[in-house]
Design a protein around this ligand. Structure first.
Ligand SMILES: Cc1ncc(COP(=O)(O)O)c(C=O)c1O
Length: 395
């Protein structure tokens, strides 16, 4: 398919290949291995002299179809599917970093990514510098000519910080020409932000979230230009993690993707209404949402994001009240993860970011009074009514 269709069309038809027997949807190729016609053909496939499938850790037709769609949506040459977002993140970092290498990472990241970079990678000799990437002076002090990776999230989890991808990538590439800028685009989805077009080298995703969108799959992606992608597939996926996405899960994500545009549009519209309510709720101390003019990165968010997303964080007046809100919601679901049809509510300090120290949580710009809210597809008035009754019960 040509690339000139609009995104609502691309999520339905983009890079769709004709399927055997005229099937409309991509069949689930539930097979571990692929039969060769001859010993010579097997040899040619292993030598890379002939196209074709070998073994499902190296490639599978259902998964390949999904990879082609995601590559198109992100504007990258290649996409590699993984069995989780953390599989994609660790598979990517382990493919491009070696002992002695320097990585600069933002100080607000999903908790497991933060501990991978600050605790696990140093065990293998990788040297991290963790800074606030919205602070230009800190960026200039941290990036040096031998920096190999700069890593951050488009909309950071859970403070909703928005980093200027274009400025960070331009500076990193100027000072360290071989440096890879890797951006986790999970909170934005490719429909709200295109990090590769802004200068990033690799985009990673937890496809568990908006891309699948139905709370029934754990998956991840890495998207980049071909030479980097080949390395991630042949080293990070094939050899180091083996974190391969199964064809059933690939099928479900292909299905979920068809409604990505309508889901994102509705979720973003619902989020604006929920934010309006939170702003005037007397029990709420502070609202973190990139679409608020008082948000410290509002200008960057306006420049970088097509819409402001469906993720909202807010601080209650105390930890006790925050806990009571979680225990009193009736419609919204008390669960981690995000990007589903159901509105999900959770407490980062004791849940998704519980591996971070109190100091790290403070540096990331939030506290144990913070609640993270993933706006769902319910009627926004019902979401608001549920939050209102939970706030009143918490007082
Ligand atoms: C921003 C972000 N990146 C990565 C991940 C990890 O993804 P997964 O849970 O699919 O491994 C998460 C999980 O919540 C996340 O929020």
């Amino acid at each position: 398919m040509s690339h000139c269709y609009r995104e609502a069309t691309t999520v339905v038809h983009g890079n769709h290949e004709k399927k055997a027997n005229g099937a409309l949807t991509t069949p689930i190729y539930q097979t571990s291995t692929f039969v060769f016609d001859s010993a010579e053909q097997g040899g040619r496939r292993f030598a890379g002299q002939e196209e074709g499938y070998i073994y499902s850790r190296l490639g599978n037709p259902t998964t390949s179809q999904l990879e082609k769609k995601i590559a198109l949506l992100e504007g990258g040459e290649e996409c590699i599917a993984f069995s989780s977002g953390m599989g994609a993140i660790s598979g990517t970092l382990l493919s491009v970093l070696s002992a002695g290498d320097h990585i600069v990472a933002d100080n607000t990241l999903y908790g497991c990514t933060f501990s991978l970079i600050t605790e696990t990678m140093p065990r293998f000799g990788v040297k991290p510098t963790v800074i606030d990437l919205t602070d230009e002076a800190a960026l200039k002090a941290a990036v040096c000519p031998d920096t190999k990776v700069v890593y951050f999230e488009t909309i950071a989890n859970p403070s909703m910080k928005v980093i200027d991808i274009e400025a960070v990538a331009a500076y990193a590439h100027k000072v360290a020409p071989g440096c890879l800028v890797i951006v986790d685009n999970t909170f934005a989805s490719p429909l709200l932000a295109k990090p590769l077009a802004l200068g990033a080298d690799v985009v990673v995703h937890s496809a568990t979230k908006y891309l699948n969108g139905h709370g029934d799959v754990v998956a991840g992606f890495a998207v980049s230009r071909r030479e980097i992608a080949d390395k991630i597939r042949m080293v990070g996926l094939k050899d180091i993690t083996g974190a391969v996405l199964g064809p059933q899960e690939a099928f479900l994500i292909l299905r979920g993707l068809k409604t990505l545009k309508v889901r994102m549009d509705q979720i973003c519209a619902n989020a604006l209404k929920v934010v309006d309510f939170l702003k005037q709720a007397p029990q709420v101390d502070k609202v973190f949402f990139p679409g608020l003019p008082e948000h410290p990165n509002y200008d960057t968010a306006k420049k970088e994001l097509k819409q402001f997303g469906g993720m909202i964080s807010f601080e209650m007046r105390s930890f006790e009240e925050a806990k009571k809100v979680l225990n009193n919601v009736k419609l919204c679901v008390l669960a981690v993860s995000l990007g589903d049809c159901e509105s999900l509510i959770q407490h980062p300090a004791s849940m998704t970011h519980s591996m971070c120290t109190k100091e790290e949580i403070e540096a990331a710009g939030f506290s144990d009074c913070l609640i993270r809210f993933s706006v769902g597809l319910e009627d926004p008035e019902d979401i608001i009514a549920d939050l209102k009754q939970a706030f009143e019960a918490a007082e």
